[in-house]
Design a protein around this ligand. Structure first.
Ligand SMILES: N[C@@H](CCC(=O)N[C@@H](CS)C(=O)NCC(=O)O)C(=O)O
Length: 321
């Protein structure tokens, strides 16, 4: 299919291509149509995108690499959206041979007119999208495939080391909710603000939340990770925004009142611990292996100012421990 075949009723290129807009496919696994099976599902991702990055980390922490195939959609056209370019990922979809992610969305729903976003969790058997909301996809990965994993990797057997321990569920949900609004999505509200008033409002809320997170990490039972001795879902969700903060959001989204490395010692220590750890807590480096600074910087440089010129700093991208 060529680009000219697309006649979408609305442009795919939104002004804010990574803002956390609601997703349209919200099925879960296991369910009547979508059982938990090996070699059935595919996760489409891109290395720039923090929402896809969350899903990649959850998948790696769970050790689901043999159960779910991951495919990188490495390029995005301003008019027609995501496509397989062959530069970093495959030059066409390895399942159907198509070039544009939109073709998969239309296969799932021929009358689909919404945004063509990643991540996408795809079902090869039914030939459709299971879910395209990263928050749901993480939850699916956390427990849906556990029966296919060795007992020690199952969420129910991990006690305090679970990604969402029972006794922390409501605390994790609460933190996720304000972090989503003011930090994960907050940086996009700032970067794409079209009025000074909106920028001022959202940057105030962002730095209030970062201050709050810095305090949170000083409290008993809330370090070295957000909820104590083990990584939880909340760490995954905050990480993918904060690892982009100094290298992308600070300069390119004008989130520049403070820097993580200069102004938030506890968040900085938390971030470096997650990034540099290559032991069992991170399943051998799930955070570091999935973080590609050069790709992230290039991606944000073209999304925001539009000319693709990448800022040199800050260097190093992440400070040593
Ligand atoms: N709520 C979605 C948001 C996903 C999202 O906005 N993805 C961006 C990339 S970072 C995207 O695909 N944007 C393309 C577009 O809007 O055209 C999620 O968390 O999965």
């Amino acid at each position: 299919m060529t680009a000219s075949k697309f006649h979408s009723s609305q442009p795919l290129h939104s002004k804010n291509p990574c803002g956390g807009m609601p997703s349209k496919f919200r099925n879960t696994i296991p369910s009547e149509h979508f059982p938990a099976e090996k070699d059935r599902y595919v996760l489409y991702v891109n290395a720039v995108c923090p929402w896809a990055h969350r899903a990649v980390i959850a998948l790696a922490l769970k050790g689901l690499g043999d159960v779910i195939q991951v495919v990188e959609v490495d390029a995005r056209d301003p008019i027609h959206g995501w496509y397989f370019s062959g530069h970093r990922g495959p030059e066409s979809d390895p399942i159907y041979g198509v070039r544009w992610l939109k073709e998969l969305y239309l296969k799932a729903n021929p009358s689909y007119t919404g945004r063509i976003t990643i991540p996408v969790l795809w079902d090869k058997q039914r030939g459709t999208i299971v879910n395209n909301e990263s928050a749901d996809i993480i939850r699916i990965f956390i427990s849906a495939f556990d029966q296919l994993l060795p007992p020690e990797r199952r969420e129910a057997n991990k006690g305090p080391a679970a990604l969402i321990p029972d006794h922390l569920q409501s605390e994790i949900d609460k933190l996720n909710s304000w972090v989503y609004d003011t930090v994960n999505n907050g940086v996009y509200k700032i970067g794409f603000a079209t009025s000074q008033a909106a920028y001022d409002e959202h940057i105030t809320r962002l730095f209030h939340s970062l201050d709050r997170l810095e305090n949170h990490l000083s409290e008993q039972g809330q370090h070295p990770y957000l909820f104590g001795q083990h990584i939880t879902e909340a760490d995954i969700r905050l990480y993918t925004t904060l690892i982009r903060f100094d290298v992308a959001y600070y300069a390119l989204f004008k989130c520049n009142i403070k820097m993580i490395r200069m102004d938030y010692p506890r968040l900085h220590a938390w971030l470096r611990r997650l990034y540099w750890d290559e032991g069992p807590e991170t399943a051998g480096g799930a955070f570091k292996k999935s973080t590609q600074f050069e790709v992230i910087k290039r991606g944000y440089a073209s999304v925001t100012v539009g000319n693709g010129v990448v800022p040199a700093g800050p260097l190093p991208h992440i400070m040593p421990l």
